[in-house]
Design a protein around this ligand. Structure first.
Ligand code: C5P
Length: 218
């Protein structure tokens, strides 16, 4: 089995972009687990279902065929062959995703797929999400909680969404973290998980710190 690097963190911590860049630097594959939850939320909305209704979510889960690029230099995400790379990042999907993610059958099913991807990864993979260090891959070779202060996270996210109102972005991020952390705890590092606080680091510095943690462990 290849080297498994598990990275968790709250919204706006930069875990996707940092994990992707670290995977590229290491020559590893990359798995963005949030993309799978987002893709399922997109499917529920596409079918006209209510993402807060567990029965509608379970209907969408039936036959849900998620695929995403392993290569960190590629970004595509597909559901049943349909490219949803951009569609899963809209505010509408972002607002729907926590409802979908709290359905236990969803977590069980998606985790199976994630574990199969991790088991097949050679020479390694960086997987990021909310419960990778604790539930999906508690025995990963490297386990990291990537954090940053709430202010820094909100301002980084606002830069990604220049057309949105900054305080609205901060509010919706905090609401999503509050909802998500009722389902899985990613606000505190679990036993044996290294906290990487990027509040005072720039992007390259954060990637370098993650790559160093992996190289030290290997
Ligand atoms: O990381 P990202 O913001 O794309 O995640 C989208 C959503 O997917 C989160 O807000 C959370 O509801 C859900 N999620 C999860 N467990 C994971 C990854 C994401 O519940 N491992």
């Amino acid at each position: 089995m290849g080297v498994i690097v598990a990275v968790d963190g709250p919204a706006g911590s930069g875990k996707s972009s940092v994990s992707r860049a670290a995977a590229a630097a290491l020559g590893f594959g990359f798995l963005d687990t949030g993309a799978a939850y987002r893709a399922l939320a997109w499917s529920v909305l596409e079918q006209g279902g209510d993402p807060e209704d567990a029965a509608a979510v379970e209907r969408a889960l039936d036959g849900f065929a998620f695929e995403s690029a392993d290569d960190p230099d590629e970004r595509w995400v597909r559901v049943g062959g349909v490219d949803v790379t951009d569609a899963i990042r809209t505010p509408r999907v972002t607002a729907a995703v926590s409802g979908v993610a709290r359905v236990p059958a969803v977590r069980t099913r998606l985790n199976e797929g994630f574990r199969a991807r991790l088991a097949a990864a050679e020479p390694g993979v960086v997987a990021e999400g909310r419960d990778i260090t604790t539930v999906v891959a508690p025995h990963a070779d490297v386990r990291v909680l990537l954090t940053a202060s709430a202010e820094v996270r909100a301002s980084r996210r606002a830069k990604e969404l220049p057309d949105e109102d900054h305080s609205a972005v901060a509010r919706s991020m905090a609401e999503r973290d509050a909802k998500d952390s009722r389902v899985v705890d990613f606000l505190e590092a679990a036993d044996g998980v290294t906290t990487l606080d990027s509040t005072d680091l720039d992007f390259d510095g954060t990637v370098a710190a993650l790559v160093t943690l992996v190289r030290e462990a290997a």
